[in-house]
Design a binder for this molecule. Sequence first.
Ligand code: ADP
Length: 476
Amino acid sequence: MKKILFVTSEVYPLIKTGGLADVSNSLPKALAQTGQEVKLVVPHYHALHFHAPVFERCTFKVGTHTVRLLETLLPESDVRIWLVDCPEYFGLPGNPYVDAAGNAYSNNAERFALFCRVAIEIAMNRVGLDWKADVVHCHDWQTGLIPALLSLEYQCPPTVFTIHNLAYQGLFNGLMAATLQLPSQLLSSDGLEFHGMISFIKGGIAYADKITTVSPTYAQEIQTPELGYGLEGLLAYRNQDLVGIINGIDDDWHPRTDPLIAKNYTIDTLVDKKENKKALQAQLNLPVDENVLLIGLISRLVEQKGIYMILDCLPELLDFPIQFVVLGSGDRGFEARLQEFALANAHKLSLTLGYNESLAHLIEAGADVFLMPSRFEPCGLNQMYSQRYGTLPIVRKTGGLADTVVDTLPSTLANQTATGFVFNDAHEGALLEAIKRAGVLYAFPESWRQIQINAMHGDFSWKSSAEQYLEVYEGI
Ligand code: ADP
């Protein structure tokens, strides 16, 4: 049994801005089920939603700040969450990282440096909890100073640093080194310094005992200039300590039990999937037609997700006999252009702007294929949800998409491993070609059904991811 301190800046359902919150909910629970003792450390944001009682554990000083540590439980588990209460840093309502106008808080460096120092005090058993970590698992730039600062401690526990998305690095003005009182031995170009700035994520990458990221392909891609953001050299240097582990998906996403879909189904009752298609078409005022190829997309509407590729191929795509259902929000320019297409093609293209959990589930259940033409994708969730729902993903060959979807080829059809459609080039022509391939195959119901079954048999459980993380902890 290992004592794991799991340090994260967000955890569902208390607070969520992205996939990190889901991982921080599911992975600790899956680790606990393998017999490990996991404690989470999360900032006590004003915006937290509590699902269990909260009580005070202790109060201590870190630098000039007096910090209270509160405790609550992760819902549906015995996993404890320790909340770092420091109102001057975390007491603002709203998003953990940005203000109402979408700008990063001007004191993010101080906020998350304090968070890191508190996690270190806990890990080193210096706050009176009578608990010392065997391993500290840190996530993304907000926790990047932990491996760096902890490396200077006597008899420190080993650290694992997980990169969920290298695009977010926590870069701050070099003058912050003094403000944050960072020891000079950490400030070299082998350490936190990055082109004259201080990089929090580099603290994690340079000093953690092991580095993980959320898919094997992304682990390779971040060692290249294209997706390494200037850190590719350091990542390649640490190659031996870098592993990719695919995220699992939650059991909330299962067509057998999903309460948010029109009709539940399994591999054995796959015909019932059509009821969800009809319900989706009716709900979105599209012609109810069970034979037309229905394409789904649920996404942040941002550059990373390849939305520009979709916009470029829409004029031609809308000439095909298809229906296209889009749910998302993000870049105002992308939203406006999609809206123009939707207005002019209301019988084929349905656009829902905003965040809508229940519609997301119905799209997964009701669509025939699901589009994810991401420019890059560290792991991605929807391509795995889609496979569980027998909704064949059309994905670009990058990151976690490359690792979790098997392209439909004569060979993979024959050996029953095909689970979707994969294309290479980040270009609308390649995307359109993949959609055409799906359209052709859709006309052969027996083959289609076999691919659906292959996809629905996939193991995307957290159990298997947790076992891989455990191997990492044990390998240090
Ligand atoms: P990322 O974390 O980069 O946005 P992922 O595929 O890892 O991408 O996870 C995105 C998650 O957010 C998925 O569960 C997806 O269904 C959900 N999601 C994204 N946009 C919406 C939306 N507009 N409405 C409902 N769910 C959404």
